[in-house]
Design a protein around this ligand. Structure first.
Ligand SMILES: C[S@@+](CC[C@H](N)C(=O)[O-])C[C@H]1O[C@@H](n2cnc3c(N)ncnc32)[C@H](O)[C@@H]1O
Length: 317
């Protein structure tokens, strides 16, 4: 499905390259140097008796997952749009693990009728509801399925959000696959998080200690096979996959219990616990956390939401 670059394509590539250069020239909120610390591997997940791969599948809980992903989109889309703002009309974009597809639909609007967006997921039940003439939906596993179905080497922009951290021990492989989809000079953007920070901030609050004891600076998350500090590793992984001109930013917020983020986080912890086979003691810990998350008098630091940009070597337009 590869594509020959036309004269018009080259103009678009040139506009895109300068737009990204402008974006990346701006001071990021926080810049991180790559951190090499222990990371769960597929073997590590096995040792915990956890299946590597995506564990929050929608099958059997379609409506609940639809609602959880709707909340996710409402929370994250404003920041994600800013981070992808340099997308230009006429571009060819790939949104990997697109979920319900709000960002894919937004990209389709930005690229216009002369552009094209491919949205993939292992489960396309929600994406199939989108009917846009320049948006193509493909059922595709970024780790397992041949890239030929997508068009390797053909995309100006490849994006993913909050999907890689699920692919425990195989994130570098996923980034490498996404990199192969880029045309020379094309950009990869991934947004992922460090979840360990997500906890109450006021030690004087009566619910602070209980939450902190249950959450254990994110080790509640680690014990379920996830890397609580995955997001900050993106630049190192991008570099290992041969990407260039790498920039990275991260941002967070302090919000109240009962806020949209706190509601989404409570539902997410609940589904992780249930699908991870949580026992009674896990459920008690969860209840301590969800009680705090529902209480508007509790102030909570959110996750650190990272974004990493990198460009495939070659023609920079
Ligand atoms: C937390 S959701 C995020 C959805 C979307 N990226 C967003 O931010 O709105 C993670 C998504 O990754 C998809 N996914 C998980 N593993 C995948 C894989 N190996 N290849 C493609 N998609 C995958 C899931 O089906 C799910 O839709």
């Amino acid at each position: 499905m590869g594509r020959q670059a036309s004269g018009q394509d080259r103009v678009i590539e040139s506009i895109a390259a300068s737009a990204f250069t402008r974006l990346l020239g701006q001071a990021p909120d926080v810049t991180f140097v790559a951190v090499a610390e222990s990371r769960p591997t597929a073997a590590g997940a096995d040792a915990l008796g956890i299946e590597p791969g995506y564990r929050l599948a929608a099958a059997g809980r379609e409506a609940a997952e639809d609602e959880r992903l709707t909340l996710l989109e409402q929370l994250y889309d404003p920041v994600s749009r800013r981070r992808r703002a340099p997308v230009q009309r006429g571009m060819r974009c790939l949104e990997v693990a697109a979920g319900r597809g709000s960002m894919a639909a937004w990209l389709a609007e930005q690229v216009g009728p002369a552009g094209h967006v491919v949205a993939t997921d292992i489960d396309t039940r929600y994406l199939r509801r989108l009917e846009l003439s320049n948006l193509e939906v493909l059922e595709h596993n970024i780790l397992e399925d041949p890239l030929e179905a997508l068009g390797p080497g053909s995309f100006d922009l490849v994006c993913s959000r909050l999907a890689l951290f699920h692919l425990v021990g195989r994130q570098e492989q996923a980034i490498s696959q996404m990199t192969k989809c880029l045309r020379p000079g094309g950009w990869l953007i991934d947004e992922d998080a460090d979840w360990g920070t997500a906890a109450p901030v006021d030690p004087a609050h009566p619910l602070y200690d209980g939450y902190r004891r249950a959450w254990r600076d994110g080790d509640w998350w680690t014990s379920r096979g996830y890397d609580k500090a995955f997001g900050q590793k993106l630049p190192a992984l991008f570099e290992r996959c041969g990407l260039q001109d790498i920039r990275h930013e991260a941002s967070t917020e302090v919000v109240r219990g009962g806020s949209p983020w706190a509601r989404w986080w409570a539902v997410t912890l609940d589904v992780m616990n249930e699908l991870g086979g949580g026992d009674d003691s896990d459920r008690r810990e969860l209840e301590v956390m969800t009680t705090a998350l529902a209480d508007p008098s509790v102030w909570l630091l959110r996750e650190l939401l990272h974004a990493c940009w990198g460009r495939r070597a070659g023609d920079t337009g």
